[in-house]
Design a protein around this ligand. Sequence first.
Ligand code: MCU
Length: 414
Amino acid sequence: MVSSSRCISAAPWLLLLTAVHASAQACPAIPSLASYNNTALPDLFTFANGQKVQTLADWACRRQEISTLMQMDELGTLPDPPASMTASFSGSTLTITVSEGGKSITFAPTITYPNTGTAPFPALIGMGGISIPSPAGVAIINFNNEQMAAQDTAASRGQGLFFNLFWERRVRRCIIILALCGQALIFLRLGAMMAWAWAVRVIMDALEQTPAAKINTARVGVSGCSRNGKGALVAGAFEPRLVLTIPQESGSGGTDSWRISDFIFSTGILTQNASEIVQENVWLSTNFDQFANTSVDKLPFDHHSLGAMVAPRGLFVIDNIGIDWLGPFSSYGAMVSARTAWTAMGASDSMGISQASNHSHCVFPSTQQPQLTVFINKFLFDQDTDTDIVETAGNYTFEVPDAQWAPWSVPTLV
Ligand code: MCU
C-alpha cells in the first residue's frame, strides 16, 4: 500500500493499486497441492481450490495466495519487520540499525542525488547498484544486497547480516529448547532474494521516517541486473510501496518461467534451469530443491505469477535475446503471461517488455533508452506517457491463450 502522504496523485494506476489493496475480504483457503502437476503455466485467474478470479477483490486474494505459495515452495518466508529500527542520514549515507531479541545489525545504503530536480526526489533502489543509466532528476539508493545475504556460491547459504540478525540466535535457542527449532529452520531454508526483499522493506520504512534523506517515498522504484535483476523482481513483487520495478537481463529465477526454461534446455539450448540454479547458488529456499530435482510441473505457480504480483504497479522488463543462458524466450513467454494480470485490470500499459538484440550482458543498449524513459516518467514523475510496449528482437510469437503454455483466458476484473 502506498503509505506516504507526500505527492499522491490521481494517476489511474495508483487508483487501481488502492482498489486492489483496499479490498479486504475472506480469501479462499489453499487446499493440499501435494498431487499438483501441470505442464503449462498455472492459470493466474483460478484459485488453487478451482474457484475463478472475477473481481479486483478476488485478485487481491489470488495475489496473496500466490505470495504464500511462492514463499512456501520457492523463496522462503518473508519475516515480519524487525522489532525495532532506527535510521539517520548524514552526508550521502542512510544508516539503518535494526534490532531483534537483543541482536542488532547496521547497514548503510548510500544515496546519489541528481543534479536536476527538486527535493524530495523520486528514487530507484539499486539492488547491488543499477546497470541502467541514472535517469535525470532521480536519486539512486545503492543497496549492498550481498552484505545482507551473500550470493557467491552454494556455500553462501546463511551468510550475511540478515542471518546474523535472525538466525544465529534462533539456532542457539533451538539447541537449548527444541520447540524453537521450527523458527530456526525457517531462516535456515530462506533464499538470499527473500532476505534482500525484507531489507528493501526496511529501507522503505527508514526513508519514510527520515525526511532528511529527501526522498519522495511515494515515488520509489527498484532495479538490478542479472542475479540482482532476479532480486529486483522479488523485491518489487513483495514490497507494495515500490511503484516501479525494472529487472534487467534477470534470466532464470527472475523473469524466466521454470517450465519453459526446462523445455528450452531439453531441445539442446544451454539455458539455465531449476536443476542447475539450486546447485549454483542460494537465491532460492532449500524448499525449492524438491521441485528442481524432480519436476517443476509440480509447482502451483511459475514466474509469470511472480511478475503478476507487481500489478497494477509499474513493471518494465529489460532483456537481451543474444544470450541463451538467460532463456530469452522463457522470459518472453512468462512476462507476456504475467502481463495478463494488468490486462485484466484494464492497465496493460503499466507493464512493458523490451527484448533488445545481442549485446554484452548488463550493458544497457541505447535503443532501449526511450522505452526506459517513458516508464520512469510515468511512474516516478506522474507524466502521462505512452508505456504500451511489448517488443522483442527475438521475433517470438506468444499470446495468451497459448495452447501449450498458457491455455487459460483473461477475465475483465470488476
Ligand atoms: C543471469 O544471472 C546470473 C545467472 O543466473 C548465473 O547462472 C550466472 O552465473 O550469473 C548471472 C549473473 O548474475 O551475472 C552477473
